[in-house]
Ligand binder design. Structure first.
Ligand code: F6R
Length: 261
């Protein structure tokens, strides 16, 4: 696991955007896995800026989002389809037909989950998967104790996740309790993973993901198995790491082609 510590969320997001932009430039028809939530917002703003000011071209890019709430139509302002349209897709030159998000309103959710996996395979697999981190160690909506080999499926959201995400719904009872999410196995199949986690509330989960044992109780620890996982944290979210000097040493001694900035 490549661990990069930056001063704050802003510089961490700019770095994440550079990593994605480099990928898009090198492989214009790449398949990106995307995330929603507060963490990647600044990264998306930077990708939009790069598209506008530097001509970063998304016309041949395909995307697959990690997850979607069950029961929310694309028109609902808290659906992840709505989020992606408002915060990224409508500001860049991506073909909407190439953007994929699980359909949480499908009549047959099991079929939708299997079809989502098939769509990823038909697209050639995910080249780079962007991830955020839940305070409880979840990635996608893979909550603690779920299988580390799971595939896209319907998951029950934990109480912690309801607590963390319900403010935007107005109340906990208004927030869906179920979501379709790529499984941990699906995420690990991506050729590259890029996880961002910032701020003091993420410190414990960051420490368990990077330095804790590989354990289903911290789903993000599965990234320890990934051959090419990059984790970008800030001083605050990295504050509980025991080996931060080691990560900084590695970062400072990278070969020129291993650097992102
Ligand atoms: C979002 C997702 C979640 C979030 C995580 C962190 O698509 O899959 O795992 O990345 O809950 O959320 P924020 O960024 O809001 O702290």
């Amino acid at each position: 696991m490549e661990v990069i510590i930056r001063k704050d969320a802003d510089t961490g997001c700019l770095l994440g955007a550079r990593i994605i932009a480099r990928y898009v430039r090198e492989k214009p028809n790449c398949v990106l896995g995307l995330a929603t939530g507060r963490t990647p917002l600044r990264l998306y703003q930077e990708l939009i800026r790069m598209h506008r000011d530097e001509g970063l071209d998304f016309s041949r890019v395909t995307t697959f989002n990690l997850d979607e709430y069950v029961g929310l139509p694309a028109t609902h302002d808290q659906s992840y389809r709505y989020f992606m349209r408002e915060n990224l897709f409508r500001h860049i030159n991506i073909d909407p037909a190439n953007t994929h998000i699980p359909d949480g309103t499908a009549a047959d959710l099991h079929t939708e989950c299997r079809a989502y996996e098939e769509r990823i395979i038909a697209a050639g697999g995910i080249d780079l998967q962007l991830l955020g981190l839940g305070r409880n160690g979840h990635i996608g909506f893979n909550e603690p104790s779920g299988s580390l080999r799971s595939r896209t499926w319907i998951k029950i959201l934990s109480e912690q996740t309801l607590q963390d995400n319900s403010d935007v719904f107005g109340s906990r009872s208004a927030m869906p309790r179920h979501a379709i999410t790529m499984g941990i196995g699906t995420i690990l199949d991506a050729r590259r993973c890029l996880l961002l986690a910032f701020g003091p509330p993420k410190a414990r989960a960051v420490e368990r993901m990077i330095e804790g044992p590989l354990a289903a109780i911290c789903p993000a620890s599965a990234l320890q198995l990934h051959p090419r996982a990059t984790v970008v944290v800030d001083e605050a979210s990295g504050s509980a790491l025991q080996f931060s000097d080691h990560y900084r040493w590695i970062d400072a001694n990278k070969l020129p082609w291993q650097r992102y900035d």
